[in-house]
Design a protein. Structure first.
Length: 66
């Protein structure tokens, strides 16, 4: 499993794993203006479930590797 954590910035995750952009969009997380913030901070601002988001991000990366 990939190691994306809630403490990583959105920009960092998208740069390393472009396939995660869809997940951020699905969870309605602002990856543009909130990109410099941690996943936890930006997701919480949009009322997204942070643990579910992190799980989905890691699954997207794992699926891409398969």
């Amino acid at each position: 499993m990939a190691v994306i954590t809630e403490n990583m910035t959105i920009n960092e995750v998208i740069q390393k794993y472009p396939e995660t952009m869809k997940v951020f969009n699905d969870f309605k997380v602002d990856s543009c203006c909130g990109g410099g913030q941690s996943i936890a901070v930006t997701a919480a601002m949009g009322n997204a479930n942070v643990p579910e988001l992190v799980k989905a991000l890691n699954e997207a990366v794992d699926k891409k590797k398969a």
